[in-house]
Design a protein around this ligand. Structure first.
Ligand code: PEP
Ligand code: MG
Length: 361
């Protein structure tokens, strides 16, 4: 409880004076961002943008966009969403002041945006002026058997580039406007999810930079920004040297990295991991604590390879492990710049970072 005051604040002040790791938070609303700042967060390490599309009636617009076969119609739907996204980011930037904010471009499994109820498909068909049977077929074609290994992350940007164009515009317009109107300096860090091939990264980076150039021209202002990537697919750790040519930062997505390293579904593995532990097959739940012989090794390799190309590449972690003390210790050991965790775990991470600094100094 941050309102504990007294002893809590003294302890935290001590921890902050000792630790080397910065502590950021995972937050995607102004309210959570403000809460995290109260708990001592020094920035946002992961602003997920998925939830924003489920607010109000945005999901209906998003469905229309996803199911539309014409680029023009997709753009029309996204034009409707843009001002709302921009408002989301202005709110978050304001809550964070001059602290860094990493915004991750959209990464839902696509099926989360698909209508499943007959009535919803009927309504959409009417709105889009297409026959119900055709729309139903489109929905069916987009359904996946393994959505978490499917059409998500930057793959969406290859098939629907307009989505990321809209988001980058919203991020940069929000930053430009704050600079012009309120003289607030924001340094957005644009993060590309689920990169497993260097050309995916380059494709999205180019797309983003084209939009950024337009925004700077429209506003007649420039703002500093970074473009980086999540490292959450095992292959990304292998080609980290190539990715680092264009990426200014890496943030380890250890939730997906664990899923893909073990081949354990992050949604379902809980059903057997408990028994695995009871029977001594697994000592720890790898989704809870960084497995030093698995994900941990991959992280070390990615850092080594990334730094070969870009010595000062900024390094963070934004998977759940970022707020777990043993994992925080590991992140300190391998030289990350920051960990990022949910607002309520920020004080724990601050303490764990201090303990790690003492242990290894
Ligand atoms: C991750 O994969 O570790 C991550 C932070 O992203 P998400 O949990 O949103 O997939
Ligand atoms: Mg992920």
């Amino acid at each position: 409880d941050a309102s504990l005051g007294g002893e809590f604040l003294t302890l935290m002040k001590w921890a902050d004076s000792v630790r080397k790791l910065k502590v950021r938070t995972n937050a995607d609303t102004p309210k959570d961002s403000a809460k995290a700042v109260e708990f001592g967060a020094e920035g946002i390490g992961l602003c997920r943008t998925e939830h924003m599309f489920f607010e109000d009636n945005r999901i209906f617009v998003m469905r229309r966009m996803i199911l539309s076969r014409s680029v023009e119609d997709r753009k029309k739907a996204l034009d409707q969403l843009m001002p709302m996204q921009k408002k989301d980011f202005i709110g978050i930037f304001k809550a964070m002041g001059s602290r860094p904010v990493t915004i991750r471009l959209l990464d839902p499994p696509l099926h989360e945006f698909l209508p499943s109820e007959k009535a919803d498909i009927e309504k959409l068909a009417l709105e889009m002026e297409v026959p119900y049977s055709r729309l139903k077929e489109t929905v069916f074609e987009l359904k996946e058997v393994n959505p978490m290994l499917g059409h998500r992350g930057c793959r969406l940007a290859v098939t629907y580039p307009e989505i990321y164009e809209m988001q980058v515009r919203a991020i940069m317009e929000a930053a430009a406007e704050l600079k012009q109107k309120e003289n607030q300096e924001v340094i957005p860090e644009i993060m590309i999810p689920l990169v497993g091939e260097v050309k995916e990264f380059e494709y999205v980076k180019e797309l983003a930079e084209n939009v950024i150039k337009e925004v700077f021209e429209d506003y007649d202002v420039t703002v500093p920004y970074l473009i980086g990537t999540m490292i959450e697919i095992p292959r990304a750790t292998i080609i980290a040297d190539e990715i680092a040519k264009g990426a200014e930062f890496f943030s380890f997505g250890t939730n997906d990295l664990t899923q893909m390293t073990y081949g354990f579904s992050r949604d379902d593995a809980g059903r057997f991991i408990k028994e695995y532990r009871e029977k001594g097959i697994l000592e720890k739940d790898p989704f809870q604590q960084i497995d030093r012989k698995g994900v941990g090794e991959l992280m070390k390799m990615a850092i080594e390879r990334g730094q070969q190309t870009r010595k000062d590449i900024k390094l963070g972690i934004c998977g759940e492990h970022g707020g777990e003390p043993n994992s925080v210790e590991f992140c300190h050991m391998i030289g990350l710049d920051y960990v990022s965790c949910s607002p309520f775990r920020v004080p724990i991470a601050r303490l764990a970072a201090a303990q790690a600094a003492l242990k290894y100094s």
